[in-house]
Design a protein around this ligand. Structure first.
Ligand SMILES: [Zn+2]
Length: 447
């Protein structure tokens, strides 16, 4: 179902008009209300700030994470503090968190766009939503909560962690749809299986997963082990939280961006120049109706591409491809640019491996070393353990070495990276407990 069909299927020219009107209003609004924007817009020579046509969008400077950090906590607020009804914060790698604020109207928008996303992912009024995103300062838990209720679902606020209890709740309350990070969805699937509940037996039919870059092999695994069709939800707290975009259940090929509220661009990571559809670059978003923290051309750091191809679901909103990584997640190993998701895609080709992995980067002398620590599947682990116990140690050793060697060769052949491969037992790899998961441990001192 489409939650707001009249808006989500707007003809392209009408959508463009609406965006242009809202962009002009937003530029006028921030230049008057936020000193930071008043200054940056006039410094950039954006004249007649109240009449910026949409074609002139590239003349507006980018807003970056550092601008939010420098104005911590409330320096970019466009409303008096008394109008703020909610604050969320995300932990920054730089130490200081980023604080984002919402008015009552912003909270209403938040619920609407998440409701749209849940409907995109298969949700329907009358369903029960098991929400395994962490509740708290992180926007995931409370965002999905509000959107689930707005769509007309019963929300189970399971939050992150306490996996045993979550599985009991899923068995007893029989939710049709679940929201979680992809890595936690897999943790829950494993726990269901260890209790002898098969994917067909559990009540789940849909999963809306996101908040961390994930891969196609993970999609296959989540679908199979949870017995669902999963879709990607995309968002970031600076823009609103989850709810910016979601794949439709019909195609699961790119996430529809809620373009009437968030204006997307993809730009070259180096030059900042706008790129064409299909070209990969950094996603830049402009909020079109937000009150407390409107942002112009926010540099998300996420690498993606846009498509305006018509979609069989009927929605006219542009689609963004699965996030390949963040510009900050990209690691350079001996001159090769690498995103963790690319490693994940290669690991997915090895039958004995699970999608749980971590990269450890270090430097020996002048050379970078990368170690891929990846869990093997339960089946493989069991088979090898049986060999070990029945004194077939040589055979088990051989099987493990062969798995490591094949993985190493595939990584070399597909990505050009020489990695050390370490196999972990099931459960030893990194898991998210409802929040974001980091897949890189970088021990190089690059400063
Ligand atoms: Zn679609």
């Amino acid at each position: 179902m489409i939650f707001e069909p009249e808006l989500e299927t707007l003809p392209n020219d009408r959508l463009r008009e609406l965006q242009a009107e809202r962009l002009a209003a937003t530029v006028r609004y921030v230049s008057k209300r936020v000193p930071f924007y008043g200054e940056t817009l006039s410094a950039a020579g954006v004249k007649h700030a109240d009449m910026v046509p949409i074609e002139d969008l590239p003349t507006i400077p980018f807003t970056r994470k550092k601008d939010l950090v420098e104005h911590y906590p409330y320096g970019l607020l466009a409303v008096p503090k008394e109008e703020v009804v909610r604050v969320h914060a995300s932990s920054g790698t730089t130490g200081k968190p980023t604080v984002v604020a919402y008015t009552a109207a912003d909270m209403d928008l938040f619920a609407r766009v998440v409701a749209r996303c849940l409907a995109l992912g298969g949700g329907q009024p009358g369903f029960t939503l098991h929400n395994a995103y962490g509740y708290g300062l992180f926007t995931g838990g409370l965002g999905l909560d509000a959107g689930g209720m707005r769509l007309g679902m019963a929300v189970v606020p399971a939050s992150g962690g306490m996996t045993q209890r979550q599985v009991t709740l899923i068995s007893d309350l029989r939710p049709e749809i679940i929201s979680a990070t992809p890595s936690y969805a897999l943790t829950l699937a494993q726990e269901l299986r260890s209790r002898g509940i098969s994917p067909e037996e559990n009540s789940l039919r849909y999963a809306v997963v996101g908040a961390e870059p994930w891969t196609e092999p993970m999609r296959v695994e989540i679908d199979a082990t949870l017995g669902v069709r999963c879709t990607n939800i995309y968002g970031l707290s600076e823009i609103i939280g989850p709810g910016v975009a979601n794949e439709c259940i019909e195609e699961r090929h790119g996430s529809h961006i809620q373009e009437d509220f968030f204006l997307p661009e993809v730009v070259d990571p180096q030059s900042g120049d706008p790129l064409e559809d299909g070209e990969e670059g950094v996603l830049v978003l402009t909020t079109l109706t937000k009150q407390a923290l409107p942002l112009l051309r926010y540099w998300t750091g996420d690498i993606t591409s846009l498509s305006h191809e018509p979609c069989s679901c009927g929605r006219t909103f542009a689609r963004m491809s699965q996030i390949k990584g963040r510009t900050d997640d990209m690691i350079i190993i001996r001159g090769v640019n690498l995103y963790p998701t690319q490693i994940g895609d290669v690991l997915g080709l090895v039958r004995e491996l699970s999608p749980h992995f971590k990269l450890v980067v270090s430097r020996e002398g002048l050379l970078d070393e990368v170690e891929v620590r990846v869990e093997v599947t339960e089946e493989f682990f069991r088979a090898v353990s049986v060999d070990m116990l029945s004194d077939e140690v040589v055979e088990a050793d051989h099987v493990l070495r062969s798995c490591r060697e094949r993985t190493k060769t595939l990584l070399k052949d597909s990505l050009g990276v020489n990695a050390k491969v370490t196999l972990l037992a099931p459960g030893e790899g990194p898991r998210s407990e409802g929040g974001k998961l980091s897949r890189i441990e970088d021990h190089r001192n690059l400063n």
